[in-house]
Design a protein around this ligand. Structure first.
Ligand SMILES: NC(=O)c1ccc[n+]([C@@H]2O[C@H](COP(=O)([O-])OP(=O)(O)OC[C@H]3O[C@@H](n4cnc5c(N)ncnc54)[C@H](OP(=O)(O)O)[C@@H]3O)[C@@H](O)[C@H]2O)c1
Length: 218
């Protein structure tokens, strides 16, 4: 394959091609959110929603930076697996629809320093209530719907910063790869499917059974 040199980039040596395939979208978006937009550092608390590709990368990048991570999921079994990846606190968002209260309880009333917002319609208002004064909400996804309403007094009263991001650029990709290499981070791959089984892969994603990334092999 002949490619423009500006359109390709090396990936960390400890990863195979399946793992590297997970980097350009989900990982890069998560890295930019954690490292640049939220600028999460040691001792801070990051809230991530669900156990999909973006959120698990955000969990891994935040733990590498010495942060505490609270993760939500609809599944207790997935929450247990997230603990295995370093999550400090877990919340089942089905059992706790007002999970912002639980985030406040877990942070001694303070709230999370930053929230990785992937839920959209059903989660944005809770994310704002879960954020600490001066906290950041990095808006990435719309898993539960694209039109959201949220409490404006919480936005200005708590001096929140809401930033929408779309993936990242080449230099951010290279910086992310340095972190992945330095911390020996391995992408969480749920399953790998041959392209001939693309329908099975889509059904697995549609059913919400996946934990991390689904890889298609061409
Ligand atoms: N802005 C960008 O540049 C960018 C880049 C990449 C992705 N995205 C977007 O970001 C979102 C996430 O992408 P992804 O690849 O991580 O998706 P994914 O791997 O399919 O993640 C789906 C998971 O999110 C969780 N989830 C679903 N609805 C939820 C809700 N209402 N509240 C909390 N968690 C919920 C579920 O986790 P549990 O099963 O654990 O409940 C589900 O398994 C998508 O909307 C995607 O389009 C945007």
């Amino acid at each position: 394959m002949l490619l423009d040199a500006g359109a390709v980039s090396p990936f960390p040596d400890h990863l195979d091609f399946d793992e590297a395939a997970t980097l350009p979208c989900a990982a890069l978006t998560a890295w930019r959110a954690v490292a640049e937009e939220a600028a999460i550092g040691p001792g801070q608390t990051l809230l991530v929603q669900g156990t999909g590709g973006v959120s698990l990368f955000a969990l891994q990048f935040a733990k590498a930076r010495g942060a505490h991570v609270i993760i939500t999921s609809s599944s207790d079994e997935k929450l247990e697996r997230a603990r295995g990846l370093g999550a400090d606190f877990t919340i089942n968002y089905k059992a706790n629809p007002e999970w912002s209260k639980e985030v406040r309880r877990l942070t001694d009333g303070r709230g999370a320093d930053a929230v990785i917002e992937v839920g959209g319609a059903d989660t944005l208002a809770e994310s704002m209530k879960a954020a600490a004064v001066g906290g950041s909400i990095v808006v990435i996804g719309i898993l539960s719907g694209a039109a959201a309403s949220f409490p404006l007094p919480v936005l200005f009263g708590n001096n929140l910063r809401v930033a929408g991001i779309s993936v990242g650029n080449r230099s951010q990709f290279e910086a992310m790869c340095c972190d992945i290499a330095a911390y020996r981070i391995r992408p969480v791959i749920d399953r790998t499917f041959d392209i001939a089984r693309v329908q099975d892969a889509l059904r697995r994603m549609e059913g919400g059974r996946h934990f991390g990334k689904i890889v298609l092999r061409f």
